[in-house]
Design a protein around this ligand. Structure first.
Ligand code: ADP
Ligand code: MG
Length: 236
């Protein structure tokens, strides 16, 4: 199973530092939260971890191996999968086919079909498996993205605001799913604005503000952290 370590990552857009010497670790069997106000740098950090963006300084290690210079597909082969904050589904394909496209990257097609059926069940998507992705409300579309990420059987899963648009019951089921993925040994990193979900499922929370990590700790400590309250939670 893949642990993630981000060391001293810096990303600059023009003159603006989106990330400034960011450190983050995430371990197998745990859900690691990454929170912070809009523009804090959360999605940019995911881009760096997946290889979509090269940092100007710092390293990304998967299972202790430096992958900073590897492209996204090489990293995906190490078991890394992510969802995007903006939906990136194949709109004209059915829900099932969106997952099959990812699952069939593996060698065994029949196994892929079984795995997809299983994931659809786990995410409660079986009833809408034949609907086209672009017919779905956003909250369900995000679940389909999670399903597609799961279809590659990731050992490291990065989720960028997966619960946005979900109602209370959907979020509760989603929390249970995240815990079961971690219990199966996956490393899960969760970017999410729903504080109840973050506090409920995360073992450790990292807080980013203006590209810097301002706090790391268990959720109950983060809730009380003065710098976090000032930067972020104060207005929640
Ligand atoms: P978050 O996901 O925490 O809301 P982002 O990672 O999207 O934050 O953005 C962090 C900062 O980097 C913001 O100031 C944003 O405007 C800037 N930024 C993100 N992507 C780009 C880009 N492609 N070009 C220029 N600036 C960007
Ligand atoms: Mg973002």
């Amino acid at each position: 199973m893949a642990s993630l370590e981000v060391r001293g990552v810096t990303v600059t857009f023009g003159g603006h530092q989106a990330l400034a010497r960011v450190d983050l670790t995430a371990d197998p069997g745990q859900v690691t939260g990454l929170i912070g106000p809009n523009g804090a740098g959360k999605s940019t950090l995911f881009d760096v971890v997946t290889g979509l963006r090269r940092p100007s300084a710092g390293q990304v290690l998967l299972d202790g191996r430096d992958v900073t210079r590897l492209g996204p597909s090489r990293r995906a082969r190490h078991g890394l999968a992510r969802t995007f904050q903006r939906l990136e589904l194949f709109g004209r394909l059915s829900v099932r086919d969106n997952l099959l496209v990812a699952a069939e990257l593996g060698p065994d097609r029949r196994r892929a079909a079984r795995a997809v059926t299983d994931i659809l069940g786990r995410l409660d998507l079986t009833a809408i498996a034949d609907q086209s992705a672009d017919s779905l409300p956003t909250g369900i579309g995000r679940l389909v993205e999670v399903g597609r990420a799961l279809a590659v059987r990731p050992t490291l899963l990065l989720l960028d605001e997966p619960a946005a648009g979900q109602d209370h019951d959907e979020t509760a089921r989603f929390a249970a799913l995240l815990r079961s993925l971690a219990a199966d040994g996956a490393t899960v990193v969760l970017v999410e604005h729903d504080m109840d979900l973050v506090m409920d499922v995360c073992d450790t929370v990292h807080v980013l503000d203006l590209g810097r990590v301002i706090a790391v700790g268990p959720p109950q400590e983060i809730r009380r952290d003065g710098a976090v309250l000032a930067a972020y939670l104060g207005d929640v």
